[in-house]
Design a protein around this ligand. Structure first.
Ligand code: KIV
Ligand code: ZN
Length: 510
């Protein structure tokens, strides 16, 4: 079914999320989250449960007083007069206050938890909604009432009774009917069929709402599909907080609807920073594999995925990610982690990103060595990869062996080396050690053309080796190609000369 209405995001972090925390939030903490919700541009916020404690009453009253005119601020109340009175007291000064009252209509719960006859429960619910509607309307002309069928997911066998009750509840003044999957027990389709039955039966002026708990890990799917089954209000929780396995994750629903072409009235770019704050304040860590916001949500470890991810990394649509990270305000790049499952592309990327020059041929050459290390210890820290790179690329074995290099006077340097074990000692002249070394090699009969030279500052944190620079020397090879020699040393002159010898070894190696 197509839903032409814009989804209405009703956040329940400060109520369902808060009630499940090991240390529920104080007013000042609730205020921080509340302001984040306003930045996200949610349309409605459930502030708390005023009858639960004096502290929560005060928090609800204060937050209702600072809410923007158009934001619906809602508070929870059981179908009990005292709860409703204190709920009305807490929000009556807000621009758009709402009383959210609830009662179970599930056969199991009416019988074993409430221990009441269904007709008695129906009566209680209708009377409570009527009372809430009268009280909030008296106190505020914009007052609204929402009614929740707690455990709606367990109402499959008495759905006709539920629908008849809801028709009465709507007549009593409720404009939003919330259908919670208070405990997620079955597959989404079964639940969605029930939602569709209610949608078809109630007047279209009623705003149908979903509130799914995530006991089987399908709350996001049910909520997203529930929107396409006629629900317009989506009750979600930041970071998927909430009782037990949590409530529907706000970010996943918002992004999934966005990706489905729905006009989502949320500032998605605020998601990531909000998630970090909520995690810190709730002391509930964002788990490694958490969709969208988890550390691993942008990590690629297999060679095939790394290749696709890197080829599309600057594109809005990525080969191996659902969104561009910037959509949710995530600034970190896709992470390339090198394991035994990774390949040359990862090596090339990791070393280049660390600021060191590498060609794809060199990455191919390094692959078996780095893979072998990864097989032993698992994902390799960049530091280990760079160490192998230095060992293999900055120390090329071949016919040349530099044995000594000395600055004798002005522009003269003595270069001592062996070529296939034959010793040479030559004084070279030039404008600095590179020129002088090239001159010495020329005099010894090994003339080559210097194509390019540069020094790269070392990332000391990464290296911790005391080295200060890497020399990169390009020398013309036998087919006029550029052969790159590199070396690191704390003495830049030594680094330069070693880089030249490394390039020579590549050229003269048989
Ligand atoms: O899960 C639930 O049924 C609830 C209701 C109070 C809406 O949280
Ligand atoms: Zn709930």
């Amino acid at each position: 079914m197509e839903n032409t209405r814009q989804p209405f995001f009703y956040d329940i972090t400060l109520r369902d999320g808060n009630q499940s925390l090991k240390k529920p939030w104080q007013l000042s903490e609730k205020e921080i989250i509340f302001n984040k919700l306003l930045e996200l541009k949610v349309q409605a916020v459930e502030l708390g449960f005023p009858a639960s404690s004096e502290m929560d009453f005060e928090a609800c009253r204060y937050l209702a007083s600072i809410a923007t005119e158009k934001t619906v601020v809602s508070v929870l109340a059981r179908c009990v007069k005292n709860d409703i009175t204190s709920a009305v007291e807490a929000v009556k000064h807000a621009g758009t206050p709402r009383i959210h009252t609830f009662l179970t209509l599930s056969p199991f719960h009416m019988k074993y938890v409430l221990n009441k006859d269904p007709m008695e429960v129906r009566k209680t619910a209708i009377e409570a909604v009527k009372f809430a509607y009268e009280e909030i309307s008296k106190a505020n002309k914009n007052g609204q009432v929402e009614f929740s069928v707690e455990h709606f997911g367990d109402c499959g066998e008495n759905l006709d009774f539920v629908i008849d009750t809801l028709k009465e509840i709507v007549k009593a003044g409720a404009t939003t009917i919330n259908l919670p999957n208070t405990v997620e027990r079955k597959r989404p389709r079964v639940f969605l069929d029930m939602i569709e039955r209610v949608y078809d039966a109630l007047p279209k002026s009623v705003s149908l709402s979903l509130h799914n708990h995530n006991d089987l890990g399908m709350a996001t799917a049910t909520t997203v599909e529930g929107y396409f089954s006629g629900a317009v209000q989506l009750e979600c929780c930041l970071n998927g907080l909430g009782e037990r396995a949590g409530n529907t994750n706000f970010y996943e629903v918002a992004v999934a609807l966005h990706n489905s072409g729905v006009d989502v009235p949320i500032d998605l770019s605020k998601i990531y920073e909000t998630a970090l704050i909520v995690s810190q304040m709730s002391k509930v860590e964002i788990y490694e594999k958490a969709p969208l916001i988890g550390p691993d949500a942008l990590a690629h470890r297999s060679g095939i995925h790394q290749d696709g991810a890197l080829k599309t990394k600057d594109m809005e649509f990525g080969a191996y990610r659902p969104i561009h990270p910037s959509l949710i305000g995530r600034k970190d790049d896709e992470k390339i982690g090198f394991t035994s499952q990774s390949g040359k592309t990862a090596i090339f990327e990791i070393i280049s990103k660390a600021g060191y020059p590498i060609t794809i041929q060199e990455a191919i050459r390094l692959t078996p060595v780095i893979k072998e290390a990864a097989e032993k210890i698992g994902e390799l820290p960049t530091r280990n990869i760079i160490d192998i790179y230095f060992r293999e690329i900055c120390n090329v074995q071949g016919p040349f062996k530099l044995t000594n290099f000395d600055h004798v006077e002005d522009n003269k340097f003595v270069v001592e080396f062996k070529y296939n074990d034959k010793p040479f000692k030559v004084t070279g002249e030039g404008n600095g050690p590179i020129d002088a070394c090239m001159d010495a090699l020329k005099q010894a009969g090994f003339e080559r053309k210097l194509l390019f030279y540069k020094q790269i500052a070392m990332d000391e944190e990464l290296l911790g080796s005391g080295a200060i620079a890497m020399s990169v020397i390009h020398i013309e090879g036998n087919n006029k190609e550029s052969i790159i020699g590199r070396a690191i040393h704390k003495n830049t002159a030594v680094a330069n000369v070693r880089a030249i010898f490394n390039a020579y070894n590549l050229i003269y190696k048989v």
